[in-house]
Design a protein around this ligand. Sequence first.
Ligand SMILES: Nc1nc2c(c(=O)[nH]1)N[C@H]1C(S)=C(S)[C@@H](COP(=O)(O)OP(=O)(O)OC[C@H]3O[C@@H](n4cnc5c(=O)[nH]c(N)nc54)[C@H](O)[C@@H]3O)O[C@H]1N2
Ligand SMILES: Nc1nc2c(c(=O)[nH]1)N[C@H]1C(S)=C(S)[C@@H](COP(=O)(O)OP(=O)(O)OC[C@H]3O[C@@H](n4cnc5c(=O)[nH]c(N)nc54)[C@H](O)[C@@H]3O)O[C@H]1N2
Ligand SMILES: [Mo]
Length: 755
Amino acid sequence: MADGKARFKTYNHPAGGWGAAAATTKILLEQSVVTKGSRALLSMNQPGGFKCPSCAFPDAECKKTLDFCENGAKALAFEATKFRVTREFFEQHTVSELMEQSDHWLEMQGRLTEPMRYDAASDRYVPCSWDDAFALISEHLRALESPHHAEFYTSGRTPNEAAFLYSIFVREFGTNNFPDCSNMCHEPTSRGLPPSIGIGKGTVILEDFDHAEAIFVIGQNTGTNSPRMMSNLVEARKRGAPIVAVNPMPERALVRFADPQDVIQMATFGSTKIASEFVHIKIGGDLALVKGMMKVIFEREASGEQIIDWDFIREHTVGLEPIRADAIAQTWRELEQASGVAEEQIRRCAEIYIRSNATMICYGMGITQHQEGSRLVQQLVNLLLLKGNFGRPGAGIAPIRGHSNVQGDRTVGIDEQPSQAYLDRIRDVFGFEPPRAHGHHTVETVAAAVAGTAKVFIGLGGNFVRAVPDTERSYAAMRQLALTVAITTKLNRGHLVHGRDALMLPVIARSEMISTGAGEQFVTIEDSMSNVTASRGVLTPASPHLLPEVEIVCRMALATLPGSKVDWKSYIDDYELIRDKIAEVYPEIYSDFSERIKNPRGFHLDIPPRRRVWPTPNGKANFQPLPGLEVNVPVADPAMLRLATVRSHDQFNTTIYSNNDRYRGVYNDRMIVFMNADDRAERGLASGASVAMETISNDGVQRRVDGLTVLDYPMPRGSIAGYYPELNPLLPLDYYDKISGTPAAKSIPVRVIAA
Ligand SMILES: Nc1nc2c(c(=O)[nH]1)N[C@H]1C(S)=C(S)[C@@H](COP(=O)(O)OP(=O)(O)OC[C@H]3O[C@@H](n4cnc5c(=O)[nH]c(N)nc54)[C@H](O)[C@@H]3O)O[C@H]1N2
Ligand SMILES: Nc1nc2c(c(=O)[nH]1)N[C@H]1C(S)=C(S)[C@@H](COP(=O)(O)OP(=O)(O)OC[C@H]3O[C@@H](n4cnc5c(=O)[nH]c(N)nc54)[C@H](O)[C@@H]3O)O[C@H]1N2
Ligand SMILES: [Mo]
């Protein structure tokens, strides 16, 4: 798959440190943007600058002079690249030829430069004017029998202003079909938390890291996916706060980390041991770990110890008793078996939790991407509630979100299941009657394409076909559509797997300036801890033909909805008018938006559980049950292994920066199966053997990926890992959390067989 030979070399250094510094320089060099990139890096996450286009972790308040990380620098370098995809490029390559290229190759071609339309006769993308592009969209949308035959995807890099207008446009057009990258990501947070605590967002802020007495990091690869959080973990560790890392992969940065921004550590080649407790959990074993910890707590409480915060329980919660009975009823043998963790270690984890007066639980895709992802998130809350770990400094639940504005997009209306109260507000503010029926999430969108009811797909950012499950079926389904529109910055698979008509609409990126008839504009984003801040690009756009996302949304609306009640024209020029409308629709959290955003540090959206106020129907925090110890449908096949599809250190979702994964010791290859040597030997496979993987399912569909290499790796028995998106063909479309719609990408039942 790669240009050279795959290499494996155990990474013995701490994560971060000089390795990260060297990697940053190398990337800027490769994209030929050393001066431009370095200059732009100085503005990233600084007041008056732009927000890092990589992850959603908040930036530190003046703590560091430079607030970016190796992977933020990569995201920027690939956005600011000097390479360009021009009309000449498309003259030279048919779409079928491009389809043969790897995701990495497509990404390396550079930034898109002008709107293009697919020409079936030549199998090429050909230039097309912006006016013609909007006319084609309007023609297709207006020809539909029902507005529900169109699907409007959003990826989480889209800023608030564009996402808000998009949600208004689509609702005025007449549907709530809002598949979103969040539907594959932290939707179990957005759907799981509200019944528990009344809001689908995390409850901690950055300062809480300074007060936490214990931090759990569960199913999240911090050093790679939210590297800026490493500074907080390092500081907490130096203060002596225990950190419990729960992961089937001994992720390097969670074990040891040198802060590349810490001059002393860099100079002395020192590093901080991060996890005081590394819990080598089986895939899907977290439920058993939580129940085991609870069992310890309830049993010790029953024998006279005072552990549980009874004042808090009585005043603020409902539903403790069934949770207690269920935890007590579990046997240690079953808990050990389901978690893969010894009783002794579960007791140590409980001890850390018991001793701490302020516990924070951070979690990522290792928790959400299971068939019971939403209810698993609720179990983490149950654990926190026992000791009143809400509304107190250093305590709370901390979903670590992915895309930089994925949380913000949801806040401002990208929601396929909007509440009736919200729809009433849209009606009152904009004067049209929005559709009331719930729309499609991501999996339902693919299903509608498979069924042939979906006809038009518009993607505001992202790389839908590559991110969704069941690659082969999804590709075939998307190819049946009448029109696909990709509003993007860079070439990706989504442009190549397209409908009969297809458009590629290139946008101004996060790091670039937006100038309109009313002068220079800024956009806003909401990070993973509900801070809203302004983002002002500093670079000249990659091409003079790019448009801002806001303008593209407005012009789609102008072309499609001639009798619209919304003043789309005014929003193209003046983004403050958009923020004023956001304030009108969300007065509780966004009042005085335009004024408050003038604060260079932005502002924090209210999170009622921080004040021990619970916006649930009964006004309480509710313990939520999840019987048993399984978070996935059990499979009765002795050869079955659970596959987690994960990110490497050198990718951002479907964007592959390189074929290396430094911290895991993998170079020049992504077709890897991380596997316990005993599981490998049991299958009669040699170390480094070539293998294939097949999904175990009973829907009669054959799902298989060939060309893989087994790598002996410290995985728990029965748990294996490999890379997303290469292994998405193995993930069945109907294998998802029914509450949130999130595909169970961390627990695919597979067989590994000799090639
Ligand atoms: N550089 C970079 N940054 C990113 C991204 C990127 O691709 N690259 N993507 C962004 C996005 S959209 C997101 S959502 C986040 C994703 O960030 P993460 O949540 O870190 O996502 P993953 O890399 O998918 O891996 C999650 C971790 O879960 C572990 N895991 C797998 N199964 C289980 C399990 O059953 N239990 C437990 N406890 N752990 C398990 C894996 O070993 C892995 O360490 O990062 C964001 N930031
Ligand atoms: N098997 C498996 N599948 C998964 C996951 C997994 O862990 N395992 N993770 C899931 C998760 S958490 C997520 S979030 C999804 C990600 O799904 P998406 O968000 O759809 O995918 P990305 O790879 O982030 O999208 C990258 C593309 O976005 C475009 N882009 C970049 N910047 C901008 C911008 O500023 N504006 C616009 N308009 N476009 C831009 C570029 O063209 C780029 O090619 O994938 C999901 N799929
Ligand atoms: Mo994500």
